[in-house]
Write a protein that binds this ligand. Sequence first.
Ligand code: BG6
Length: 486
Amino acid sequence: MKNAFDLIIFGGTGDLSMRKIVPSIYRSFQQGDIPNDSRILMCCRKQTDFDNMLKTIETKLKLYLKDGEFTQDKWHSFSMLLTPVQLDVIKFDEKWDIFGQLFDGFTDRIRVFYLAILPSIYGECCENLHKKDLITRVTRVVVEKPIGYDLVSAEAINEKIAKHFVEDQIFRIDHYLGKETVQNLLTLRFGNFLFENLWDSKSIDHIQISITEQVGLEGRAGFYDEIGAMRDMVQNHLLQLLCLIAIDSPNQLSSDALRIEKVKVLQALKPLINGDIEKNTVRGQYVSGLIDGQKVPGYLDELGNYESSTETYAALKVYIENWRWTGVPFYLRTGKRLKKRSAEIIIQFKDVTHNVYDFNANKLKPNQLILKLQPDEKIQMRLMANDVAGGTTRLQPILLNLDFGKEQDAPQATSYQRLIMDAVRGNSTLFIHREEVTAAWQWVDPIVESWKNSDISPELYTAGSWGPKKADELFEKPHQKWHENQ
Ligand code: BG6
């Protein structure tokens, strides 16, 4: 029997809540994971008429859910869970008294406070929850990235939250960790014998982690211009993916055991300092171009500020200094307004040690393990095979394809859905520990700082391309290339 719980969303009608949080909860409800007597408290600063709020939520659900997911019946029962709350998070006035009374008689219930608000006011929000005595032992707080914009600000935010919540009550979301293929990366590594003996510098040539987007600023110009691609994507999503590829096996899949391994990897990242930054990183900014045949404006036009040198693209060559990975380059890349929306990890194995085929047999290509996170969720293995037609040896690369969209019948949980329900259940395995935030900023800060102080402007790239040409020069050896160029 699933227990009822209270989920309280601060920033209830904000963009994140409408786009990701509420559709995810609706899906969990539809799939029977949320008991009917649970409550979802939608807190917003502005006075809102409840009927209007419901209409907005209904419209947004129809917009953001997949075809067929929204039904009038389900919406009717789901809307019964919703309670509107008018509350200014940082103004500790009588509205907080009314808010506090909503929990009278519900003390033993799991309470999840989801802070879909600016990180700069996380501290005050937690302080007010504490003043109203709303933090019980079964209370959890969910916070979003970015946690700060550098180490100092991240420490300050984490410190303020930690004044009122202990670490196992704090759920820092990185939605990439909730993606299906990321889960499967762990299973692939730790549920199979096959790969472990090949998972190191003896067998792996290099690794690519690439998250490319077609979208531009999506109405977040002010926010994005302050942070750029490095802080928005690399500090969190890309480094988290890197960690999961690079960690040693934990002794069990608990959040503590996993965290210890991830922190070890983050601390083993070879620092990029001074001259290394110019050699091992490329930052870019898009100019107007065509995406899927549609003209899109350049970053500065979209922003309306022609002075900005914020990067909308970042590519880096990264090394991990430990026994397993020494000498293996990890190429990371992310950017907006690129040719395709895609997130993938390519693990490229070394060439065979001796080629027994003659030169007419076509060229051998190295094995690759390809983990596709989006748009489709797939794991592929590139092997060489012989095309027997014609009677001669004609080597061809073939792909073994594991397509999660096709192989699994159960509806796939979206990453937010999975993570929100994990927070409700108190399972923090797929969340970010404070030590990881600290270690990631420690590595990222010098790079951002050096870019900020540099006289060199970001490389310009045309929207709809694969980013600055200069990123091709990051590769260490001639046979190494970005996946789309192979
Ligand atoms: C967010 C970033 O964390 O991830 C956005 O802030 C980015 O800038 C988004 O667009 C990408 O997420 P996804 O799941 O669409 O690849």
